[in-house]
Design a protein around this ligand. Structure first.
Ligand SMILES: [Zn+2]
Length: 253
C-alpha cells in the first residue's frame, strides 16, 4: 500500500535515476496506451515530486500523474535486466541513461499538460503534505475544526485536510501519540491534534529513511498484543470508506 512515505521514496529514486534524462516512453499494455504514455517519448524528465500519495513527473509542458492505491507499483531496472512481472502487463516504461522505470497497476496513470494537472481538483485541493519540509500542523488543525464530529482516525485519512497519510500510518500515529482514534476531533485539544500529526510525520519520516523496512507497532496486530502494555489490540472499520483502524484500548483512552 503506497502512502506518502512510499511516494516520497519513489520521487527520490527518480531523482537518482531518471531526472535530467531524455526518456524513451512506451506503453506495452492497453491501459498504458489509454493513458497516452507514449506522448512522453523523447521528452526530458525535469522533476519528480511527491504530493501526498500522488507522484507527479514533470516533463516540461507535459506531466505524468501516478497514484498507486493498494495495488500499483514502480520498479526500477538496469537495461536488459530481468523483470519481476511480464513486460506485456506494464502500463508505462520510461527508459533513459542507465535506468528503466516500469509502472504496473493502480487507480491512476495519465499523461496530461503540466498546467492542467496543477489545476486538477485532485491535486489542487490536497491539504498540506505531511512530509513537506515546511509542514505546519497549525494549518491542518484549523481546517480540522470545521468538522468536529469526525473521529481522529477518519480525519487523518482525509487528503483534503492533510495529504499523504494512509491506512497504516493513521493507526501508527494515533498509537504513537496515545490517542484513541475514535475520539471526535472536536473533543481533542490543539495539543492532542498537534501530537497526532507530528507522530504521523515522525513515523513516516522514519519509514522513508529506513527504505521501506520500517516496523509497524500497531497496524495488523489484531492477532497479537500491544507492544507497550501486552494487552489485546482492537480493530474495526472506520469512516465512510470503512478502512480498518487498529488501536490499543488500554494505551489509547
Ligand atoms: Zn497497550
Amino acid at each position: 500500500m503506497a502512502e506518502g512515505d512510499t511516494i516520497l521514496r519513489l520521487a527520490r529514486r527518480f531523482d537518482a535515476t531518471l531526472v535530467g534524462e531524455t526518456v524513451s516512453a512506451t506503453a506495452p499494455s492497453p491501459r498504458g496506451k489509454a493513458a497516452n504514455v507514449d506522448r512522453l517519448d523523447g521528452h526530458r524528465l525535469e522533476r519528480a515530486e511527491a504530493r501526498g500519495k500522488h507522484l507527479l513527473l514533470e516533463f516540461g509542458e507535459l506531466s505524468l500523474h501516478s497514484h498507486l492505491g493498494m495495488s500499483g507499483g514502480w520498479h526500477f531496472y538496469r537495461p536488459g535486466a530481468g523483470w519481476r512481472r511480464p513486460r506485456s502487463s506494464a502500463w508505462a516504461v520510461l527508459s533513459g541513461g542507465e535506468w528503466e522505470a516500469v509502472q504496473f497497476g493502480g487507480p491512476t496513470l495519465r499523461v496530461t499538460t503540466t498546467g492542467r494537472l496543477r489545476r486538477d481538483p485532485q491535486i489542487a485541493r490536497l491539504g498540506p503534505d505531511i512530509l513537506a519540509d515546511d509542514f505546519d500542523p497549525e494549518a491542518v488543525i484549523a481546517t480540522m475544526r470545521a468538522d468536529p464530529t469526525r473521529g481522529l482516525g477518519e480525519a487523518l485519512l482525509d487528503q483534503h485536510l492533510v495529504a499523504g497519510i494512509g491506512n497504516i500510518f493513521k493507526s501508527e500515529a494515533c498509537f504513537a501519540a496515545r490517542i484513541d482514534p475514535w475520539r471526535a476531533t472536536g473533543d481533542l485539544s490543539d495539543e492532542e491534534l498537534r501530537e497526532a500529526l507530528l507522530a504521523a510525520r515522525a513515523q513516516m519520516t522514519a519509514a522513508v529513511e529506513s527504505g521501506g523496512r520500517h516496523r509497524f507497532q500497531i497496524y495488523k496486530r489484531r492477532q497479537s498484543v500491544c507492544p507497550s502494555c501486552r494487552g489485546p489490540v482492537s480493530s474495526r472499520g472506520q469512516g465512510d470508506a470503512n478502512r480498518t483502524t487498529y488501536w490499543c484500548p488500554r494505551c489509547q483512552s
